[in-house]
Write a new protein. Structure first.
Length: 199
């Protein structure tokens, strides 16, 4: 398998280094360039042609720059946004292939990057990341089983709706269960929720 390459652009040093460290620990993945700003980003992308571009949309400094922002890559295929549940460039985030929320748990972040490097269908079934639910995923699964919508879950856990949707995709991938009724049965059988809690 060829190496999957990433460019990471994030102003906060510790956040940038943390993301670089996570990516570089994944088999067949490596960061080819780290940046603290988006200055000259298009020439860097054209030169290195990364498989994925990871960046914080808040690096786009002003509203005018945001409206006129263009990049030499397809964010829906190659873009990974670094964000928080706080203010961010909401219009732009919808265009990304994946969103890494800084409030996500370690295993969730690893899973998101692993899914980019090696799609779930190709991952080994005995991998810890494809079989065990994280604490956050268990919490979301409980709320799904109780009948809450993605928006209601997001509001209750102070997450973005996009983050909740990503967690639900990861839960479905890990468990191989696609329906809400199937997830509810799983939650009951694994003592995550009681029958009387389900609406």
């Amino acid at each position: 398998m060829d190496r999957v390459t990433f460019i990471v652009a994030e102003k906060a040093y510790l956040v940038r280094k943390g993301i670089v460290s996570i990516i570089n620990r994944i088999d067949h993945a490596s960061v080819v360039k780290e940046l603290s700003s988006l200055e000259g980003i298009n020439s860097v992308i054209l030169e290195l042609n990364p498989d994925y571009f990871v960046f914080n949309p808040n690096l786009i400094s002003s509203e005018a720059n945001y409206r006129n922002f263009s990049i030499k890559t397809d964010l829906s295929k190659k873009g990974v946004a670094i964000t928080t549940t706080g203010p961010t460039r909401k219009g732009l985030i919808d265009n990304f292939r994946e969103v890494i929320d800084l409030n996500d748990e370690r295993d969730d972040i690893i899973m998101k990057f692993k899914n980019l490097v090696e799609p779930p269908a190709q991952q080994k079934h005995n991998s810890v990341y494809t079989t065990e639910l994280s604490d956050r995923e268990k919490t979301i699964l409980k709320l799904v089983a109780k009948g809450l919508t993605n928006k209601e879950i997001a509001e209750q856990l102070y997450l973005s709706t996009h983050t909740v949707i990503t967690h639900r995709k990861n839960i479905t991938t890990k468990l191989g269960i696609k329906t809400i009724s199937g997830l509810t049965v799983y939650a009951i059988l694994n003592n995550l929720v009681r029958l009387d809690e389900i609406s």
